[in-house]
Design a protein around this ligand. Structure first.
Ligand code: ATP
Ligand code: LTN
Length: 333
């Protein structure tokens, strides 16, 4: 990695097929940043353990997620793309940072509250300390910038607080990272429930568009998306369904909201949805073609998995050793 470039870290959970929300909120930005920065993009399988996963499905989803990263345009030579569980330093730093994080801080996390409600039968300690592992992910690599969707803003804030607290005690150990959130597409909503965010683990598949959904499925899901009855295509808080489709359209075409509103001024919802559906399906086609090619090349993917984990681990070790020294762990002889 070039020493003069700033560092980016981000990750996604292999908790299902990536959605248009994950793509527009995060992954799309990752591909844009790969030339300017030294980037690490992780498949956070240890985070996915915070809710129950079927082992065979988790294994497949993890590999599929890695291939989707590449299919979306991440170059595995330029970026370090790897599985979190292959780099043990994440868990090691996470333990130490747990001792610098307060219960009260973790109690305020909205993701914890939402996931606890959704999985009331499994409110485990990992779900509670999830943000600490995320802080460890980021701080291990001294990341300057973290490209994520809007829902992760709070986790970035706690990461900064933990890093700052640690630095105040031990000197400048960690870089304080900044969130990098897109202007359009940072919060794509569920198609059938536009008052909550699109999530890849949603059981109702009509709520989500997966990057790997074939064009006819994309068209159908968008046609069935919840709108309202006034037939007016404008971006407004009282029109969450229409506004969500407008955001999706703008994020995939690069148009602004006023441009899109003008374009659909005299259209009904039928034409509007068909145009949005087509734009999305067209955007996904090359990604799907690349994904299918990659699925056939086992040796290539295996090579990336091995090499990139080693590269990440070497970098992570630098920070972890520094931390060990600062806090007073005995040196290795
Ligand atoms: P899960 O359903 O398992 O909680 P998720 O779909 O919320 O998963 P994550 O793996 O937690 O996705 O997040 C990956 C990235 O995608 C994060 O940067 C997150 O902010 C972003 N993201 C998730 N959902 C959306 C959304 N609806 N709109 C925009 N960005 C999103
Ligand atoms: N918590 C994130 C996923 C995640 C992440 C990270 C994102 C884990 N570690 C580090 C950015 C940086 C999520 O739930 N979307």
């Amino acid at each position: 990695m070039a020493d003069d470039k700033k560092i980016i870290f981000s990750g996604m959970q292999p908790s299902g097929l990536i959605t248009l929300g994950n793509y527009l909120g995060a992954l799309n930005n990752w591909t844009k940043l790969q030339d300017e920065y030294n980037c690490l993009y992780c498949i956070v399988d240890m985070h996915a353990m915070t809710v129950r996963q079927d082992p065979a499905a988790l294994r497949k989803q993890s590999r599929d997620l890695l291939m989707q990263y590449i299919a979306c345009g991440l170059d595995p030579e330029k970026n370090i793309i790897y599985y979190q569980s292959h780099v043990p330093q994440h868990a090691e730093l996470s333990w130490i940072l747990n001792c610098f994080t307060y219960m009260g801080e973790l109690n305020r996390m909205t993701q914890f509250k939402e996931k606890s409600q959704k999985h009331a039968d499994n409110i485990n300690a990992g779900l509670f300390t999830y943000p600490v592992l995320m802080a460890a992910d980021i701080l291990l690599y001294q990341a300057d910038l973290v490209p994520v969707g809007e829902d992760q803003r709070q986790h970035l804030e706690i990461t900064r607080d933990i890093a700052d607290r640690f630095n105040k005690i031990y000197g400048d150990v960690f870089t304080i990272p900044e969130a990098y959130i897109p202007k359009v597409g940072a919060r794509i909503m569920a198609l059938q429930n536009p008052d909550r965010k699109m999530s890849k683990s949603d059981e109702n598949k009509n709520n989500t568009i997966a990057l790997l959904d074939p064009p006819e499925v994309v068209m159908n899901k968008i046609k069935r998306a919840v709108t309202d009855s006034d037939n007016e295509i404008r971006f407004s808080e009282d029109k969450p369904g229409v506004s969500n489709l407008l955001s999706i359209y703008c994020a995939v075409t690069g148009k602004t909201i006023p441009e899109a509103e003008a374009e659909f001024k005299n259209c009904g919802y039928g034409t509007f949805k068909a145009t949005v559906g087509e734009a999305v399906a067209e955007n996904l086609k090359p990604i799907q073609a690349r994904f299918n090619e990659l699925s056939k090349d086992k040796a290539y993917i295996d090579g990336i998995i091995k090499n990139n984990a080693e590269r990440a681990s070497r970098l992570a070790d630098r920070t972890l050793r520094k931390v060990h020294k600062k806090i007073g762990f005995p040196p290795r002889i």
